[in-house]
Write a protein that binds this ligand. Structure first.
Ligand code: SAH
Length: 404
């Protein structure tokens, strides 16, 4: 064991490690013994020398180590068997979701919450997309690539590590084919029996917002319980919520997005599911303006969906982000018919569920709409949140019913 570099913590700074939180911040560290390379395996010890955990060293990040194992000091979590077992466990947990064949895309590995900090693996049918987000997983990329091919037998293993968080680890963006055939321009997937085209090279995240699957299904259910609903799908991307709403029997859908390309793909997704384009209106524009215009045109809807991109990237952004969330929620609330439903989301980790509810409350108060919470939403179950890692919960949503 002595061959591995050691991190020695300050006195009384070992609590989060003992509670198995996977992030060790630089402020807790008294000294580092040895010269760990980025991503190197390190042993974490308390100030009095007791072994606490194994982690991967990140020289550049405030998160100085990502912890992976709390077993005794003689158990060295470096061999392929250790990572194969972690991957197998994560992949097996998703099998029920994929079992009946009506869903062919999901997140297979959700990083910290699946015990593999910094590794995201998404499946789109035969195409598997991977993101290496930490120095630890990036240093072991060859091993993970091999294990993923061995365990998943994909036609394609493609990398989309073109994300900002890599900068904090001093890693450059990386993208491209890792194994197998080049991915097709459009990968066709099924989600709850509905068809979508996914561009894994250029699409957002790894191509699709898999984390909203369960919430899209909720919208379908809510529409199905009503008759001839009109839907405003704000921040529509490639029309995920629109397709589900039409599957539930919506009479008309209005999509709003700044991206003409996303709206174009949304059209293709309608056609894939046999829905008539005549019932769907696309508005290319900034939601903050478009929602105001719709109000001045005296438009109203039975269901409004608000699924904006991340507004708060750090704690320092929270105030500004809160104003943004409040504004769009005010605009959305004004557009709802009495008895209508607002499905409103925030995917900013820095905005807590509690704060988000307060923001929506403030919005309703300001526009004088009386509303009730009739549902709470989070990310889909293939994006689990380890109890040791509450930071893993980033997506939160409220279903609000407009009383009057
Ligand atoms: N609901 C979608 C995901 C939304 S992602 C789904 O289920 O798949 C957020 C979307 O908001 C992106 O498509 C992005 O192009 C769009 N967007 C970002 N800023 C915007 C703005 N100010 N107005 C309208 N759309 C915006």
């Amino acid at each position: 064991m002595s061959e591995y570099p050691r991190i020695i913590l300050h006195a009384r700074r070992d609590v989060s490690v003992r509670r198995r939180h996977p992030w060790l911040f630089s402020g807790a560290i008294a000294r580092v013994e040895g010269k760990p390379e980025p991503g190197a395996l390190v042993a974490v010890h308390s100030f009095d020398g007791a072994f606490l955990a194994w982690g991967h060293y990140s020289a550049a990040s405030q998160i100085r180590a990502r912890l992976i194992a709390w077993e005794d000091a003689d158990f060295v979590p470096e061999m392929p068997e250790f990572w194969r077992a972690r991957l197998e466990q994560a992949i097996a947990a998703r099998q029920p979701l994929l079992a009946d064949g009506t869903t062919t895309a999901c997140r297979l590995v959700n990083a910290e919450s699946d015990g593999i900090p910094g590794l995201v693996v998404d499946r789109y049918g035969e195409v598997v997309v991977v993101q290496y987000l930490s120095a630890g997983t990036d240093a072991r990329r060859e091993l993970f690539n091999e294990l993923l091919v061995e365990l998943l037998h994909p036609a394609t293993l493609y990398e989309r590590s073109d994300v900002d968080v890599r900068e904090k680890e001093r890693l450059t963006p990386r993208e491209g084919l890792l194994y197998g055939e080049e991915p097709p321009d459009v990968v066709e997937i099924l989600e709850n029996g509905l068809r979508f085209g996914v561009d894994v090279r250029h699409g957002h995240k790894t191509g699709f917002y898999l984390d909203q699957r369960d919430n899209r299904a909720l919208v379908r259910g809510a529409v199905a319980q009503r008759k001839a609903s009109t839907i405003l799908n704000t921040f529509s991307y490639t029309g995920g919520f629109a397709v589900y709403a039409l599957a539930g029997g919506a009479s008309a859908v209005t999509n709003v997005d700044t991206s003409a390309e996303a709206l174009r793909v949304g059209r293709e997704n309608l056609a894939r599911n046999g829905f008539a384009a005549a019932n769907v209106e696309d508005i290319e524009g900034d939601a903050f303006t478009v929602l105001r215009e719709l109000h001045s045109q005296k438009r109203a809807f039975d269901i409004v969906i608000l699924d904006p991109p991340k507004f708060a990237f750090t704690q320092g952004d929270v105030q500004r982000a809160a104003r943004g969330y409040k504004d769009i929620n005010m605009q959305a609330l004004r557009l709802l018919n009495p008895g209508g439903l607002l499905f409103t989301f925030s995917c900013s980790g820095a905005i807590s569920a509690d704060l988000f509810q307060k923001i929506v409350f403030g919005a309703a108060l300001d526009v004088k709409r009386d509303a009730q919470i009739v549902g709470r939403m989070t990310q889909s179950s293939d994006h689990p949140i380890a109890l040791t890692f509450p930071e893993g919960e980033y997506l939160k949503g409220l279903v609000c019913r407009i009383v009057g």
